[in-house]
Structure formats: structure tokens, C-alpha cells
Design a protein around this ligand. Structure first.
Ligand code: CDT
Length: 313
């Protein structure tokens, strides 16, 4: 038996600070057209796919900062994406900066949405693991101010019944945390989509720079295998405003194997027919949660944030 879905991972090359949303959307539409020719039913775009990765700058002017955020989705500039999805009968995952107003207060999130093949919203995720720092750190080659610019996501880690299976989403740094994949795995996720912007240089520990591509695949492959799910990891890649972003966009099978991978650091599409039934090879075997998990012994995971050493304060 097979429950196949043809998935496209649509890596984007750099987006500069002055590039318009319309130019980013045009590039995505071009990739959707290419994807259609290869039978793609669901296409996955990167994190913050409409603009440059603005947390690399300390921006004090709130009006300027807010200009990187979307106040509604779809809006004038992104409507063509939704229209294209309908035209091509193709679902999509998209990452963007979201600004909402609640009780007269502005709230900022790093968000992804899942849209169906008729251009209708299926679900939303707001990034929970926000990396980087809060204060300006001018000694760094570039900033990573996600902790300053975004609130921690308030939607948990939802999954959605769609495209013939159980779909999950997360964003970039989330992939480094096993809790993310486990939360999705415990809800039966069969395909997890995630977009990322990952600098090739990590200012706090530059001696790890050569490991960045390795760590990217390591965590996504582990998340796929340990939860018996397909993982679609999609980069915004290349030299963006003098900051090198890794590529490595890939499609990972529930066995943890990379079955398709981008070769460039530019706009590039890879396609794979994912059989969601292959998840059972892992979910009903080595990682049959109901049979083998021991949650009584995992209490520390939710009771503590940091390390707790028995006997010390
Ligand atoms: N966008 C994002 O979450 N990037 C981080 C960069 C490393 S931490 C400063 C990541 O985990 O890839």
C-alpha cells in the first residue's frame, strides 16, 4: 500500500534588503511552475521567505522594523502565491514575519502557514525556539536578534490532517531541539516541513563553522528517524547582504536517509514522491511509542528548563 504525495523543496537564494516582496513572490511562482511540471502537490518554501533575514541588523526604528512584517496573509503582495496555488492545485508552506494586534498591543511572531491546493489556510505555526540574543552586540560580524524581534510562539506544535496524512511544521532553530520533533511525533506527524536561514559563520563559536552543514542534516535526519516521519528542510541560502547562509535543502525519509538534496546556493527545486505509509516502518517497529516509551521517567524534560544536577542548588 502507498499513500504518495509529491513534495517539492523550493530553496531560495539570497534576498537583499532592498528587494521587494513582489520580486520574492515572483521567484517563488517561477519555482511553482517548474514544480508543476514535475507533478508536485505540495511545495515548501524557507523561513522568512518574503524578505531578507532582517534579525541580522540592530534596528531601533520600530516603523522600519515593522516594515519587514506582514499584517495580513494573504495581502496585496502575497495574493499571487495563493492564486497560483489554486491555478496549479498545489499546496504550500511559507515562512514570514507576522505582526498582529491584540487588545491594542502589537505582537510579532516568526510564523509559517500551510495552505491547501485551493489556496485556503490549513494551519499556522509560530516559532517557539528563538535563537540569538536580545541586546545589540556590535562586536559580532552580524547580529542574530530573533530574541528581540519576536515573541515565543503561542500556538504550541500543532499537526494538521491534510494532503492524505498528518502534517507538522516548525522553523529553523526548532529543528535542533528533539522536543520539537517529539511533540510532532507524538501527534502522529508523517511529514514535517521546516524552513531555515542558517548563517555559515557562528560568531560565538567560530571553530564550529565547518560543522554547520553537518549539524543541519544531523538534527533533521535524527528527527525524521526517531519519529518515523518525512522531513522537508528548506534553506534560504547564499550570500545575503554579506552574510553567507548555508544551503543543504533536502528531503529526508522516515528512515533518516536523505533522498534528495539541493546542489547550489541559489533558487533551486528538488522533488520527491513521499510515501506516507513508509512512516509505519519506523512507527510500528523500533519507535513504537505506545509500546516502548517510558514517560514516567522523562518528567525532568517538562519540569526543568536548564540543567539540574542532583545535590547542587
Ligand atoms: N533562523 C534561525 O533560527 N537560525 C539559527 C541560527 C543559529 S543560532 C544564532 C539556526 O538554528 O539555524
Amino acid at each position: 500500500m502507498a499513500r504518495n504525495i509529491v513534495v517539492g523543496a523550493a530553496q531560495l537564494g539570497p534576498i537583499s534588503r532592498l528587494d521587494s516582496r513582489t520580486s520574492a513572490v515572483d521567484r517563488m511562482i517561477k519555482l511553482m511552475d517548474e514544480a508543476k511540471q514535475q507533478g508536485v502537490e505540495l511545495i515548501v518554501f524557507p523561513e522568512l521567505a518574503l524578505t531578507t533575514f532582517f534579525p541580522r541588523w540592530f534596528i531601533e526604528d520600530q516603523v522600519e522594523l515593522d516594515s519587514f512584517f506582514e499584517r495580513e496573509m494573504p495581502n496585496l503582495e502575497t495574493a499571487p502565491l495563493f492564486k497560483k496555488a489554486t491555478e496549479l492545485s498545489m499546496g504550500f508552506y511559507l515562512g514570514f514575519a507576522e505582526l498582529i494586534e491584540e487588545s491594542g498591543k502589537k505582537r510579532h511572531f516568526n510564523t509559517s502557514i500551510l495552505v491547501d491546493d485551493k489556496g485556503s489556510l490549513i494551519g499556522k505555526y509560530r516559532k517557539i525556539h528563538l535563537p540569538g540574543h536580545f541586546e545589540n552586540e556590535p562586536s559580532r560580524a552580524f547580529q542574530h536578534l530573533e530574541k528581540r524581534y519576536f515573541e515565543t510562539g503561542n500556538l504550541g506544535f500543532p499537526t494538521f490532517k491534510a494532503f492524505g496524512g498528518q502534517m507538522g511544521m516548525c522553523l529553523c532553530n526548532d529543528r535542533r531541539w528533539p522536543e520539537t520533533f517529539r511533540m510532532l511525533g507524538l501527534q502522529g506527524a508523517e511529514l514535517v516541513m521546516l524552513g531555515y536561514n542558517t548563517p555559515a559563520h557562528y560568531p560565538p563559536v567560530p571553530k564550529h563553522d565547518h560543522l554547520n552543514d553537518f549539524h543541519n542534516h544531523l538534527v533533521m535526519q535524527a528527527g525524521a528517524y526517531q519519529n518515523g516521519t518525512w522531513v522537508i528542510g528548506v534553506a534560504k541560502a547564499g550570500n545575503e547582504e554579506n552574510c553567507d547562509l548555508i544551503g543543504g535543502t533536502c528531503i529526508i525519509a522516515p528512515t533518516g536517509e536523505i533522498v534528495a538534496e539541493c546542489k547550489t546556493l541559489g533558487d533551486e527545486l528538488i522533488v520527491y514522491q513521499c510515501d506516507l505509509d513508509r512512516c509505519t516502518e519506523i512507527k510500528n517497529g523500533i519507535f513504537d511509542f505506545a509500546q516502548h516509551r517510558e514517560p514516567e521517567n522523562y518528567k525532568l524534560i517538562t519540569e526543568t528548563k536548564g540543567v539540574k544536577i542532583e545535590g547542587s542548588d
